[in-house]
Design a protein around this ligand. Structure first.
Ligand SMILES: [Zn+2]
Length: 405
């Protein structure tokens, strides 16, 4: 039997408006057994955690292989679509062994940034030309193994990807993403197994890559298993235009009409939405995953986070293409981008942004018992130093608030 470990946090955020001083946390196995605030000094036998202690962060949207493009796509003019061509070149070169090595490094960088669980939106399923590997889930299993190597949890969001665009055959690299049809996607994904540190979820790549009938199949698959369902949504105006032209409705409406929306659904990006779209996502209590460092890198635009939250949606955060892996930067950017777009400050308070980076993100990828420092929750603790050159001033600000300066 494992004993109880005790950690005394100089200061810990327990979900309220501000951090609490002197929090004693007891951990048994992988869970918090007790959380006691207002403990003035570290009891004998406890481990002292300095600075500000937070719950583990969740990275709710990741494509591990996009990390290769960091620093390689900044020259010359371009757009999301020209960046995508470079991304396909990377995808074409990977096999299960090299993918595991690459993802291990990416997930290790996440662990160092305080991320304790990742939602890996995985669509690079097959070998060159679309030929399945001997184990058709070899690539997904490589990602699960990589997360285990790096010491973080993973939800493998196995992604259905069938078409090169609406009504189009997949291109050369895209054939590696496609199972041919949604039924075959479902059979392959059903063979993936969860474990202590890995769970399985589903994803619709986008309305560009998955037709309405197939969206309904994937949504039913996720509902049957009560697992998370994610989809890229309205990242680019061109997606909205193509969807409107083909089906006469917006991508959000198309997903709604085919049974995708609900509390288990996460819309990734949700950048270019109408008021009706916002109402649909909020009314169905969906989660919206914003990835601001990628969205700015790809010149996507600024999504309506405030309006979505006001309509009833929750917010989570992802580092997506990994141009940057820093959950605090993602959280900060949600607010700062809106300041630029609206000329208003304070549209998102810090506790709400921390909630997006922690509890809401874990819930969105199917770990609702993580992301909070409370009894029964998974025991992840992240400590942020307050005496580094980046954080200098935090102590002085507290003193100022008390009238000492
Ligand atoms: Zn993505």
């Amino acid at each position: 039997m494992r004993g109880v470990q005790r950690y005394w946090c100089e200061r810990a955020w327990l979900g309220g408006e501000a951090a609490e001083p002197g929090v004693l946390v007891s951990v048994e196995g992988d869970r918090f057994a007790a959380v006691e605030p207002a403990v003035a000094s570290p009891p004998a036998g406890s481990t002292r955690l300095e600075g500000l202690v937070l719950p583990g962060f969740a990275n709710a949207h990741s494509h591990a292989f996009h990390r290769v493009l960091r620093g390689r796509t900044q020259r010359g003019r371009g757009s999301f679509w020209s960046w995508r061509e470079r991304m396909y070149e990377v995808a074409a070169a990977l096999d299960p062994d090299s993918y595991r090595r690459l993802a291990r490094a990416v997930f290790a960088e996440m662990a160092l940034a305080g991320i304790t669980a990742v939602g890996e939106f995985h669509y690079l399923h097959h070998g060159p030309g679309g030929a399945p590997y001997e184990d058709p889930n070899a690539m997904g299993k490589a990602l699960i193994a990589a997360a285990s190597d790096a010491g973080i949890r993973i939800t493998l969001l196995d992604t259905c990807y069938l078409h090169g665009g609406i009504g189009e055959e997949p291109g050369e690299t895209q054939r590696r993403f496609s199972d041919g049809d949604a039924e075959r996607w479902g059979e392959r994904a059903a063979a993936l197994e969860a474990s202590e540190n890995a769970r399985i979820g589903a994803a619709v790549h986008s309305v560009r890559a998955v037709d309405p009938e197939a969206i309904a199949v994937v949504a039913a698959w996720a509902h049957e298993r009560n697992c998370p369902l994610h989809a890229h949504l309205s990242e680019q105006p061109a997606e909205n235009e193509a969807c409107e032209q083909a089906y006469g409705v917006s991508p959000t409406q198309l997903l709604a009409d085919n049974g995708a929306l609900g509390p288990g659904f996460t819309a990734v990006h949700a950048t270019h939405l109408s008021g009706t779209d916002i109402g649909l996502l909020g009314g169905a209590r969906c989660c919206c995953c914003f990835c601001p460092t990628t969205e700015r890198d790809l010149a996507d635009g600024i999504g309506p986070a405030r309006e979505l939250i006001d309509a009833g949606a929750s917010l989570s955060l992802g580092s997506d293409s990994h141009a940057v892996i820093d959950p605090l930067e993602e959280a900060r950017a949600v607010e700062l981008d809106e300041r630029l777009a609206t000329n208003e400050r304070g549209r998102h308070e810090a506790p709400a942004l921390l909630e997006a980076a922690t509890a809401a993100g874990h819930a969105a990828i199917g770990w609702p018992e993580a992301g909070r420092i409370e009894p029964g929750a998974i025991a992840d603790l992240v400590s942020v130093r307050l005496d580094s050159v980046r954080t200098a001033g935090a102590e002085a600000r507290r003193a100022l608030a008390r009238g000492f300066l």
